[in-house]
Design a protein around this ligand. Sequence first.
Ligand code: DAH
Length: 366
Amino acid sequence: MEREAEIPSVATDKDEVDIDAVARDAAASIAAAPSSDALTHIETEVLGKRSVLAKAHRALGKLDPESRREVGRQLHEVRTSLEQQLAARRNELAAAERMIALAADRLDLTEVIPDQVRFPLSRGHLHPVTQARDELEDVFVGMGFEVAEGPEAESDWYNFEALNMPPAHPARGMYDTMYLDIGQPETVLLRTHTSPVQIHLMEEAVRNDSLPIHAVMPGKCFRLDTPDARHLPVFNQIEGLVVDRGITFGDLAGTIQVFTEAYFGPGMQSRLRPAYFPFTEPSAEFEITCTICRGEGCRTCSHTGWVELGGCGMVDPAVFTAVGIDFQVWSGFAFGFGIDRLALMRHEIPDIRSFLENDIRFLSEF
Ligand code: DAH
């Protein structure tokens, strides 16, 4: 410690310590301390065990009683005063250091970085399939439907049996099903269509005595398909269900026509062709005017002017019975179609896999 060398080593002898001078020197270095760290060092030097003051204090015992009292009093005064000065300087320095730290952390929120002005940051947007789903919901809500959802993992009962497909029913062959082994006693699978949500809604309405139902149910579906230009193993459907008194096939056809024009634009037509689904009777496939050629005939519609959108029909009495709804009192229709397919047709996208490739150049087109 260089500093110690400067301090008179004869501090043990009170006559050789000029207490006033020590106090003045100490006060000067306290006032000049450039930082809190420096002040901590100075404190040790002026008041610490090896300081001139401490040594002088230790030497008090060698003095005669009278001088001892006098010198002791002086030492005490000086110490108290230096302690006060240290505390005051410490506060000053801390405040100044805080200001410096704050200034360093300061963010200028009005700052304009020239490159960001020339190349604005892209904010991104919803995926085209999500956009289609949102628009579909809007159209159906505008027609008086509610939007509902159901689970993606289902039991065999919801996905098949309650929909009038008992075990070994041949229609099960339409659905290449992914089964889940999660230790449940019953068969659990990833739903192959959104139709099981119909069952949930009807069960709930029976439980709450809240019929009628007017709902659409969008969601993910899963089938063990190899991806190709028109198929994905994970895709989206939207299901519709109306259960009320006196619902007829005319209501179904009318609803689909109103939807077609509301979603695709005025002049777009819809038509129904006989089909088979286990959960509806009678069943139909619905087609709409080809969105690409507007009915003129093109490659997409195989020159028919029509493209198939989905399935529909009148709710089969067996389905009503499965959920405990009296089909003598209530009737209803249902429909379901693929949202990805719809977006594909609408944007004339040649390959459905583009939706899952996350290629920003493709996604930013929409
Ligand atoms: N769930 C059927 C499928 O994915 C589509 C469908 C057909 C839904 C007829 C319906 C319906 O609600 O009535 O193949």
